[in-house]
Design a protein around this ligand. Structure first.
Ligand code: ADP
Ligand code: MG
Length: 238
């Protein structure tokens, strides 16, 4: 089980309140999308869930354990970044293996795990290449594979497709949905694109100015918006 709860979460940078008292439950096994305009606090919220940023006040719970002060490596979560954050001089294999840093998986098992995961994300033939010789889509897959070797209970993805062209983005959306079904783990996915949110999420959290506007299924969001902001944001094409 990996249910995530945010309780009264406030995040300030100096005097700027960027997350203003958020209360949320992200359901176990869901594909939850956090969406909202640029600067509304999506990445900050994700980074607090991942443990890369500390809330100014409030609590974060994963699986009925309070993790507010638990370091990122001990939260059973893995984050995939927008810019992939790959090591350019390391091979794909090494980049993926880097996900296992501090992990005592024996060498043979390690290689088996890397082989298995490379197969799932379609990188088997690229393991000896360097990221600079890969396409954007392939780099994205390396970043995913590096998160997957940890076998986390929670995948945290911050605008992972925004550097891809429209066609590849469409394909990767389908692949990510498929991957979520296959793994059955909780995905928390951030995008500023409401079309992406609506097509991928089974639950959508709409943020504006650091506050939650609505949490619902895509259908309910669209047909039964709580307020004018939701209606306009969800109804307006990108
Ligand atoms: P989003 O991901 O929705 O675009 P962010 O969470 O990145 O928004 O940022 C929310 C607000 O917090 C923005 O106004 C941003 O400038 C500010 N912010 C984010 N990180 C920092 C930081 N480390 N220091 C100061 N301000 C920050
Ligand atoms: Mg962001």
């Amino acid at each position: 089980m990996a249910e995530i709860r945010l309780e009264n979460i406030v995040k300030k940078f100096k005097d700027d309140v960027v997350v203003n008292n958020i209360n949320l439950t992200i359901k176990d096994g869901s594909f939850t999308v956090i969406v909202g305009p640029s600067g509304c606090g999506k990445s900050t919220t994700l980074r607090m869930i991942a443990g890369l940023e500390q809330p100014t006040s409030g609590e974060i719970w994963i699986d009925n354990e309070c993790v507010t002060h638990t370091p990122p490596g001990k939260r059973n979560s893995a984050m995939v970044f927008q810019n992939y954050a790959l090591y350019p001089t390391m091979t794909v294999r090494k980049n993926i293996e880097f996900g296992l840093v501090n992990n005592k998986v024996p060498k043979a098992e390690r290689n088996e795990l890397i082989a298995e995961i490379s197969e799932i994300v379609g990188l088997t033939e690229y393991l000896d290449k360097k990221p600079q010789n890969l396409s954007g889509g392939q780099r994205q897959r390396v970043a995913l594979a590096r998160a997957m070797v940890k076998k986390p209970k929670v995948f945290i993805l911050d605008e992972p497709l925004s550097n891809l062209d429209a066609k590849l983005r469409g394909q990767m959306r389908k692949e990510l949905i498929h991957l979520h079904k296959r793994l059955g783990t909780t995905f928390v996915y951030v995008t500023h694109d409401q079309v992406e949110a609506m097509s991928m999420g089974d639950e959508i959290i709409l943020l504006n100015k650091g506050e939650v506007q609505q949490v619902d299924s895509p259908m309910t969001m669209y047909y039964d918006p709580n307020n004018i902001f939701t209606a306009e944001f969800i109804g307006t094409p990108a």
